[in-house]
Design a protein around this ligand. Sequence first.
Ligand SMILES: [Zn+2]
Ligand SMILES: [Zn+2]
Ligand SMILES: [Zn+2]
Length: 251
Amino acid sequence: MKVTFLGTGTSHGVPVLGCSCPVCRSSDERDKRYRSSVWIEKDSTSIVIDTGYEFRLSGIRAGIGKLDAVLYTHAHSDHIMGFDDLRVFTLEKKLPVYASEKTLDDIKTKFPYAFIKDFFPGIPMCTGNVVRGYEPFCVNGIEILPIPLKHGLMEVYGYRIGSFAYLTDVSYIEEKAYGFLRGLDVLVIGALREKSHPTHLSFGEAVEAIRRIKPGKAYFTHINHETSYVDINAKYMPVAESAYDGMVLEV
Ligand SMILES: [Zn+2]
Ligand SMILES: [Zn+2]
Ligand SMILES: [Zn+2]
């Protein structure tokens, strides 16, 4: 399975519009972070988790040629606002979208035209599929497990596919979830910054979770502009490594 990071930034992206801090002015390409999203390829199946504002740009950069499914973690703007650009992948058949009932309701409220019964090729044509926490479902025979997480007071889903798990926008992992995260080769976990935050894990809190989960490798994503790629790795490797846009993992 191949995992490509389409974006690794928090909701503002990095650089932040209007900011002139050292990280926002960094010439290191790895300090340029689109809104967080990953592209997963397994055999001939192509799946994206979340479609933020830069979905089109990141998909062009990564070379996404087709899509079989989209999984949504939650419906915050930085995870869904690239939705309309899915339409290029829905010209011949409807594209299945998977999310919790609440997330799917929110997406349908924002993009109601994408879920109409008739087929019209000028807009994204999707089917909405409700999935439930800890109940696995399949896309082209690939088993996917939604893992409920707390993002402040909101429930979001992480997704486990085989020995890979993607947990973004998380501030608390419940005991039950830890039981479903054993035996991972790769864990991607949202870690916003050094300081604590009400709706995201800090780097230190993410490290505590990694120490409990004990994956083969762990990567931070959904990172803000306060710490550079180089500084994150200097402090947290080998326990965790900062993901960067365009990074490719073989799982
Ligand atoms: Zn987010
Ligand atoms: Zn900045
Ligand atoms: Zn969020």
